[in-house]
Design a protein around this ligand. Structure first.
Ligand SMILES: [Zn+2]
Length: 133
């Protein structure tokens, strides 16, 4: 790498410049370099909002059963959120993974139920309009 101060070429793993002695770890001095936070922060998604939306959907279509599965998902999302706040990334990721699975389970039971209800309503509407003609 090239020295930030004098521009002379140094080894990539050099800590200080051979020519001027300036520190070579440019991440410490460059504000645009990689952030100090671990990159895992962006990877862990707590699925709180999707879980809440899926719960509302499931609650509308399935009542108590939809709510039960949805609330477990919301719980795991908040666990993941709490772990993230404490910096416990490993545990946060594990909880987020469960929250994600529960989100798809809630959506998986809520969405077909919604389609069924809409389908039946549509069919009834269609039959009614047929009868009235
Ligand atoms: Zn230098």
């Amino acid at each position: 790498m090239y020295c930030q101060r004098c521009g002379s070429l140094n080894d990539d793993d050099a800590l200080f410049c051979n020519e001027c002695g300036a520190p070579c770890d440019d991440a410490l001095h460059n504000p645009f370099a990689a952030p100090a936070f671990p990159s895992t922060q962006e990877v862990v998604h707590d699925y709180l909002v999707p879980n809440i939306l899926a719960t509302i959907l499931a609650a509308c279509c399935l009542g108590v059963w939809g709510v039960t599965v949805g609330i477990i998902g919301i719980c795991f999302s908040s666990f993941a959120l709490e772990r993230k706040r404490k910096g416990d990334w490993e545990e946060a990721r594990a909880k987020a993974k469960t929250a994600k699975i529960l989100f798809f389970v809630t959506l998986g039971i809520g969405l077909p139920a919604l389609i069924c209800i809409l389908g039946i309503k549509g069919l009834l509407f269609f039959l009614q309009s047929k009868v009235s003609i």
